[in-house]
Write a protein that binds this ligand. Structure first.
Ligand SMILES: [Zn+2]
Length: 379
């Protein structure tokens, strides 16, 4: 990595940050998606790619076959334009949950069914994290979304873990079960995810519950019993977290249940307040999906992360995804400076909360705290 200049042997990027909440199937590079979709045949995807993207990419391909060396610059330009049309299409989907989910399910996930592609996406995402000054990250995914092409659940986790274990920054995996109707299938899914968490507990930080909270909210028993089992059987190495309070409030009983059972961190928690739980706030994601009526204006200052940080709630910043959400950690940090008057001390605190509310190894936590201290000044 070229930009990893070291101070006292530690990499200290100017805008050092820690990303605990991000989904592997939502962070694919647009260029990778377009290139691999072209290889697979644009016509083979249930969700169509923009016509302009297809035309420009196909023209570039044709020129690559028939053109001369002189055409190289033109080919590169056509490809860049094809990718940028796709990027615009992705970012335009935010306002419509159906279009947003369709892109993930029918454009992105279908490309993540081979070990080769899963590794490529993971490698590129780590490069993107580093370019965004991220010093540690948790990457989550639902293994069951990547077995349509014949991969085993184990092969999926191993593909990601092989890349993350060799990354220049500490990375923990979070394995997700997906919300859905209780039944035999969901129980089996949760059991299998828990088994993976136990088997790969050296890499996996926690078991998560993701998916459509508006349809199947709360803390479903089928998931909860397996998450508890994974933690127990892994000797506490694999923790528990879940998406909660993202599109509707969690009840006091649910929050109490989590606390009584030692769950200390939740995803989003936009619709709730709490002084103890660590909260993985993803402002741009919440704006993109208008996850709360107060965000309709799109003004960053309307997000509760500013107020919560002031109140010393344990909030942190994350992206949730970068393929369909126009965001980066540096963008959100810079908007926070403008909207809430965040200082280096505040940005330091947000990332400290991420470390303390994360599932990193103790030695990595210690190193990351040192990196933050060097980046933002000791307190
Ligand atoms: Zn999420």
């Amino acid at each position: 990595m070229t930009n990893m200049k070291k101070i006292n042997g530690l990499w200290v990027p100017q805008h050092a940050n820690v990303v605990n909440h991000t989904h592997l199937d939502c962070v694919l590079r647009h260029r990778d998606v377009v290139r691999l979709a072209a290889q697979a045949g644009f016509e083979n995807f249930a969700e169509p790619f923009p016509a302009l993207t297809q035309q420009l990419w196909k023209t570039a391909e044709l020129l690559g076959k028939t053109g001369t060396v002189k055409d190289r610059a033109l080919i590169a330009r056509l490809q860049r334009r094809a990718v940028s049309a796709y990027r615009e299409d992705c970012f335009a989907r935010g306002g419509d949950l159906t279009a947003y989910v369709a892109a993930i399910a029918n454009q992105l996930v279908p490309l993540m069914q081979t070990v080769e592609n899963i590794k490529l996406f993971t490698e590129h995402y780590i490069e993107d994290l580093i370019a965004d000054h991220t010093i540690g990250a948790q990457i989550r995914f639902a293994p069951h979304l990547h077995i349509a092409g014949g991969l085993s659940l184990e092969a999926v986790v191993e593909a990601v873990a092989e890349v993350t274990a060799n990354a220049p920054i500490p990375i923990k995996l979070i394995l997700c079960a997906l919300r859905g109707e209780d039944g035999e299938a969901k129980r089996k899914e949760a059991k299998e995810v828990a088994d993976l968490c136990i088997k790969y507990s050296a890499h996996v930080g926690a078991m998560d519950l993701a998916g459509a909270e508006a349809l199947w909210g709360g803390i479903p028993q089928w998931w909860w019993v397996e998450a508890l089992r994974a933690r127990e059987a892994s000797g506490g190495q694999c923790g528990i977290t879940l998406h909660l309070g993202e599109v509707q409030p969690a009840t006091p009983e649910e929050i109490q249940l989590l606390k009584d059972n030692g769950v200390f961190v939740v995803g989003h928690f936009l619709h709730n307040d709490d002084d103890e739980l660590y909260q993985e706030c993803c402002p741009h994601s919440n704006f993109t999906l208008t996850a709360h009526p107060s965000l309709a204006s799109g003004q960053f200052r309307c997000h509760s992360v500013g107020r919560k940080l002031k109140e010393k709630q344990h909030v942190m910043l994350s992206t949730d995804g970068t393929t369909l959400i126009k965001t980066s950690m540096r963008m959100q940090m810079s908007l926070g400076r403008r909207a809430f008057g965040w200082t280096g001390k505040d940005l330091h605190q947000l990332s400290l909360n991420a470390i303390n509310g994360g599932f990193y190894n103790e030695a990595d936590k210690k190193t990351m705290r040192e990196q933050l201290k060097l980046a933002y000044g000791a307190k």
